[in-house]
Every structure is written in C-alpha cells, then in structure tokens.
Ligand binder design. Sequence first.
Ligand code: F6P
Length: 342
Amino acid sequence: MKKVGILTGGGDCPGLNSVIRAVVRYAIQENYRVAGIKNGWKGLVENDTVELNLQSVSGILPMGGTILGTSRTNPYKKENDIKNAKENFKKMGLEALIAVGGEDTLGVAHKLYKDGFNVVGAPKTIDNDLNCTDVTFGFDTALNVATDAIDRLHTTAESHHRIMIVEVMGRHAGWIALESGIAGGADVILIPEIPIDIDEVCGIIKKRYFRGKTFSIVVAAEGAQFKKGTMVLQEEKLDAFGHVRLGGIGQRIGEEIEKRTGYETRVTVLGHVQRGGTPTAFDRVLGTRFGIKAMELVLKKDYGKMASVQGNKIIAVSLEAAVSELKTVDMEFYNIAKIFFG
Ligand code: F6P
C-alpha cells in the first residue's frame, strides 16, 4: 500500500484536527496508509510517528489543538537534523508528505520540496498572514474569541467610565485586531503595519468624552509599535525561525493614555486563549476543504503546492509564492475601520 505522511507545525490553532481527519478519511478511501508525524518537523527528525486510521480520527472534529502535537523545530537549522529528516522520510516509505502550518512550517516544506522530496501544504495560522490565500483556518475562531472579549469589556468599561486596552495576537499583521475591532465596535485599532500616533489616539478618546462617551475600547495587536523596529518583547531569545516572544505593548499604550488624558485605564492581554478551544464551524469546514485538497494534490502528484482559498474556491498555489512574503493588512480595509474610530 502507498503511504502518505502528515504533520502539523508551528503555533497550534483550532481547525488542525479537521485537516488531519479529512486527509485520513480521503487517503484511506484511496487505499493509502497514513503516517501521523508527531510534533511537527521534530517528528521527522526523530522518526516519531503514529499510524492514523479511521479510529484515530473519530470524534476529533470539534477538538482544538492537534492530535499530532506540534513544535517550532526548524530542521534546516542544524545539518544533522535535516540529514536525519531526509533519511527518515525515505525510511518511512512516504510517497508524499502533507505539512500543515504557517509561513515557517511551509517554508521548510518548500525547501524540502526544492531538495527533491514530495511535499504539499495546507495553510494554518490565527494571524491570517499567509500569502496567496484569502484566509487561513484558525483565524475565524481567534477572531470570535477576541470579539467576545471586546463585547464583555464594553459593559465593564461603560460601568466604570474606563479606557480598556485589549491586546490581541498578531505579530506582523493586524488582521485579528482589525476585524475583532470592527466586529466589536472598537474606538481605536492599532496594528503592526502603522506606527502608533499616541496624540491621535488620545485625541480620539478625549473627543468621545466631550460628546458624553466616558469609556473607550482600544484594540492593539501585540506587534503594534510606537516607532518601526520598537516591538515590545516578553523575551529577546530567538526561536528556531528567528522570532522573539512579543507581549506588553497594551500595557505601554495604557500607561501613555492614562498619563496624557487622566482617564482611568485597564489592560487585558488575551494571549493564547485566542488559540485554544473548539474551532468555529467556518474553521472546521475550511480545514476539511484544505485537507481534501492537499490529499488531492498528493493523488495527482502535484507537489510543491499548497491548498488555498480564493473567493469561495479551493485552489492550489505554489509553496514558493505562499512563503515569499507575508499578507499584511489591506489599507482600504483599515480605512473602513477608521470611519468608526471615536
Ligand atoms: O503564530 C501565531 C502566534 O499565535 C502569534 O500570533 C504569536 O505571536 C505567536 O504565535 C505566539 O507563539 P508561542 O505560542 O510560541 O508563544
């Protein structure tokens, strides 16, 4: 029997299990065996796999996280790791490998493909910053979590006449901040793509006060910055893909606003709550469609490609194009949000 491998890498997100389930169900129907590679690229380096069958994917559709586990391992970081990964790919007897991940995981998938291995991808990330796809699964769930938090903060902000800063995820792209801010009726939305103008922010808040609105909601992406290149870090240590740990910009913004306006301010950091829990119906359906497309690419031997959604169609794009640059916030979209500021 032919064998296909699947792994999930990078930050987990809701909907990963629907991709795994779709791949397994379709692969078995097509007489393939499925090797579940554990903990992202780490499992390929260490030859850590589990056989996936109908039983293993039963009941996983509503589950958050990934039944395969994940890691931020970059096998190309160490010569020995990539050597082992390539040997294990062969040892496992894989006809092809499906990598489910964001720009880092799919960057490795692309390199592996260039090195002569049969690899395809499926795009995930709550940040929604992957190129060549309208949306990634996981984003919708994170967006709904953030919107729910903003709704809840509204009632307490109004009662106490406070400014509430909500720090959401979004390292280089402010999609979660933008869309949860629009959906939750935020008074200011701060994203990594545009440096923060604190005078403008305070001006908007003061104007609201003068028209009787004695509370405000400010949504800030964790990657928002006062000046380009001044991201607020929790830790400077770089991970295997060269990323630092962000967090804390909400606090800085809150302090500045309180100091300049004199209005009482509180800060809420949503953090990993946005990545956990059960996926929305949208993410389950998108994950399912991506999984089927990825397996279809394997069946057609159309390697080096990634499943993507454009309009309402699931299509294949090259991994190379998908990882070539990040999809940052569209300024036309941001301008819609600005109409509702204040
Ligand atoms: O990759 C998505 C993401 O959730 C980012 O928004 C965030 O900066 C990062 O992962 C957090 O990573 P970790 O789970 O390693 O703390």
